[in-house]
Design a protein. Sequence first.
Length: 360
Amino acid sequence: MNLSKTSLLAGASALAMAGMTAASHQATAQEVKGPAVSWKLSLWGKRRAFTEGMEHVAKEVAAKTGGKFKIKLFYGEQLSKSKENLDGIKLGAFEAATFCAAYHPGKNVPLNVLDLPFLPIGNFAVQKKVHSAVYSHPAAIAALAKWNAVLYMSNILPLYEYMGRGPAPKSVADFKGKRLRALGGMGAAARLIGATPSSMPASETYTALQRGTVDAIGFPYSYTFAAYKLDEVADWVTTNMKLGTVNCPTVFNKDKYDKLPAQYKKLLDSLKDGAYNAIEASYIEKDKKNVAKWSAADSKVKMIEIPADQMAEFRKVAGKPVWDQWVADNKADLPAQELVDLVLKNASRSEEHTSELQSH
């Protein structure tokens, strides 16, 4: 009886080993074969929700190629200042980089359509659809081609709010005279309510707020405020302004991308959805943590809700009028109205799709 049990166990063990070996051979067979390739990706700041997409891509390309294709992420402006990442891509100083179009609007004007205030792209799914549509437009592709850059994907950011020091605003009028870090079209919107905008990069915001160089920082709610530790020096944060957002794509050096074997290009393309999922999941996690922290009874940061009627008026004067001005300023050099219409069309379609999904 004992011998029989031993034989059965040995047989089961052998079968398990055989299964593991077969699985191992299958996994190896599924690896993407190709040459050894090593890329550098230029970033700023530290690892955070915003960078989880490219962290996912880097991990997966290595795993699926058996370590043959590697993408190393360099944080803290190790390779280039955030405002000079496109310059580095053009020079071939590194193979990949992330940049925010609003940091240097003159370098990539078509992409700035996504930085206009109060666009109807209020959730992650809509932003993904709209950004992809704009990035695929010939004008956007041509603008990046001047920098020898190929657009890969957007590192989607949540809608912006303000976090500041000093007396908390109770109305839109209370922003008059304030110095605000407000990028892109949000800067134009800030001027319309009597504020003074600046476009400093994220890495400079903590010192600026701490020293009083600015009164408030416009950032994606809520993770960025915490990621740059602004809540350590701030007194208040708005929760319902939903000012808009900025677009920050990852791009590849065209020469390096063109030299990739077709199977590596296909692999990169297949990883986008997983990268977007990683970004969104990280935002959700950070929001739960930050909102709980700031709404606690002993929180130093006061959460401010601007009256709905005032926000409606703000959107009225700083929404479509700013879009129209952007079109007027740029229509001589690019299909500006076509780009605005592209945003609105894809936003509308995405909203309908999102509503359909939620109703099932």
